[in-house]
Design a protein around this ligand. Sequence first.
Ligand SMILES: Nc1nc2c(c(=O)[nH]1)N[C@@H](CN(C=O)c1ccc(C(=O)N[C@@H](CCC(=O)O)C(=O)O)cc1)CN2
Length: 292
Amino acid sequence: MTATRIDGKAHAARLRARIAEQVAELKQAHDLVPGLAVVLVGEDPASQVYVASKGKQTVEAGMKSFEHRLPADATQAELLALIGRLNADAEVHGILVQLPLPGHINESEVINAIAVKKDVDGFTVANSGRLATGQRAMVPCTPLGCLMLLRDQMGDLSGKEAVVIGRSNIVGKPMASLLLGDNATVTVAHSRTKDLPEVVRRADIVVAAVGRPEMVKGDWLKPGAVVIDVGINRTEAGLVGDVDYASAVEIAAAVTPVPGGVGPMTIACLLANTLTACCRANDLPDPAGLTG
Ligand SMILES: Nc1nc2c(c(=O)[nH]1)N[C@@H](CN(C=O)c1ccc(C(=O)N[C@@H](CCC(=O)O)C(=O)O)cc1)CN2
């Protein structure tokens, strides 16, 4: 039997519609409009596309979008000064610096200059620490999107065996924290893991976030596993994930495709985090069902 194709595009569209409704209610009840500032440094083609999509979807959801483009040779001081102004701007509830940054810029210093309450990427040390210790945090968008897809597909994740492949600060580690928060039993595998196929074979849930085209094969999977592919790899054959989709669908119960799986959820969850940041800045309760 062939696996379900988890339609991230359709899921993201439904999520954006719910966010737009909640944004309209916020305006009506409190005369508040969430605002998102996105900062792009340089001209990386993929980043330009993502930033344009973020701006468009922010406006479509009824929020304010502020786009700031700096040249590739902008200095760190210029970037920090811009973040300082956005931190102080009452119309801006969320700030995102598009990654990757040019090599001469210290990514960690820049990210950690963002006010913790406006850190809608959830990448600051403060938000990472809060998530890792089970406190209320701003949750990174890609892992939050993966969690929403998993809950939608499987319901309760309690007691499930989950293997997260990849230990990055922006996907692997927060993903592991979120799965632990839902009471899954979590293994984080990485490049030094011994016998990775055997580790993956025991998982009910596989989240692949390694950045290696089609590395996870169908015969690594436990029959009936749910597979979330975070990879976005540009190859000569086109865009592929970290999972070999064709062989995975022969064994798994459900698999996210690339494109059209996790990617669209990343931007929808950014809108969710911006709405959450606006509510928190105004001492209102978190919006229902958006915070993970
Ligand atoms: N500050 C951040 N920088 C980056 C993040 C992030 O979450 N915060 N994530 C990625 C880029 N990204 C959003 O910024 C992103 C990547 C991919 C998609 C997406 O919808 N992908 C499509 C395929 C589109 C394509 O052809 O490239 C899909 O998977 O269907 C959305 C957002 C790195 N930087």
